[in-house]
Design a protein around this ligand. Structure first.
Ligand code: SAM
Length: 255
């Protein structure tokens, strides 16, 4: 997979060279390019922002550097109606914005099928809206939020999304089964993961549940399922659409 990130703080993306994403880059599973948006400016001050039309606080990122960056990074002639899109062959532009579609594991799964992601990191009040509109004429554009809060820039969001996507690529995680059993994984009915335990069996007066030593795989699976359902009901009832009334009373706020 090719991933290009455009930012005015390219150093912010350095952590991508660490750990499993770093290894995926080293192994050639990911071809990462981190680009300074200012390389597509032409004035002495390398200006990327200007005042908002219509007034208001803050500055807006100018469309011209973004337009030139995307012209350079996306293959010329890429067609948004290209029938090969399903195979992931056309580039996808991900614009980081708190006003975007909330990022989920389902979106990460979908992005993991793409061949080329371009991640646009905004700063200031965000990017001139025409950049997304113009890019949509030649590539798939998604405006994505990593949560209902506002960061100073899109770089931290880009780190989150890239890590969530890259760990899904074949060869990145040693045992692919661990991906299937995780919280939010497609086959888990929306459940959060059950509680995990390792050695020692007893620690600070707290014992690992006996069932996990039974050697009875079906019973262990049943217990884990119950635990996952209880945890999800307690912490994230929104993930269980069939539950209309979240539990109240003592323990309701226990997370
Ligand atoms: N004026 C924008 C608004 O009210 O929606 C907020 C701009 S924010 C200060 C600057 C940049 O940070 C955004 O352009 C975006 O790239 C990034 N950003 C901030 N919060 C984000 C979030 N929750 N998810 C993704 N990107 C975010």
């Amino acid at each position: 997979m090719k991933i290009d990130v455009v930012s005015i703080f390219p150093e912010y993306l350095q952590p991508l060279n660490l750990s499993l994403v770093g290894k995926a880059i080293e192994n050639g599973i990911v071809d990462l390019g981190v680009h300074d948006l200012r390389q597509w400016t032409h004035d002495r001050h390398r200006t990327v922002d200007d005042t908002p039309y219509g007034g208001g606080a803050g500055m807006v990122m100018k469309p011209e550097p973004w337009g030139e960056a995307l012209d350079d990074l996306a293959p010329v002639g890429a067609d948004p109606d290209d029938s090969t899109a399903a195979s992931g062959s056309r580039p996808r532009l991900l614009i980081m914005t708190p006003a975007g579609r909330p990022f989920t594991q389902r979106i990460a799964d979908e992005l993991a099928d793409a061949d080329h992601l371009i991640v646009a990191c905004g700063r200031y009040e965000g990017i001139d809206a025409r950049v997304a509109e113009d890019a949509a004429t030649r590539m798939q554009v998604d405006e994505i939020s990593i949560g209902d809060y506002v960061l100073n820039g899109g770089e931290a969001a880009a780190l989150v999304i890239i890590e969530a996507v890259v760990r899904l690529l074949p060869g990145v995680i040693g045992n692919p089964e661990s991906l299937a059993e995780e919280s939010h994984a497609a086959g888990q009915d929306g459940l959060l993961e059950y509680p995990l335990y390792t050695k020692p069996q007893s620690w600070r007066g707290l014992d690992v549940p006996d069932i996990l030593f039974s050697g009875h795989h079906a019973k262990i699976a049943g217990w884990r399922r119950e635990q996952a359902e209880a945890l999800t009901r307690r912490r994230r009832p929104d993930l269980l659409p069939e539950i209309s009334d979240p539990p109240s009373g003592p323990g309701a706020l226990h997370i």
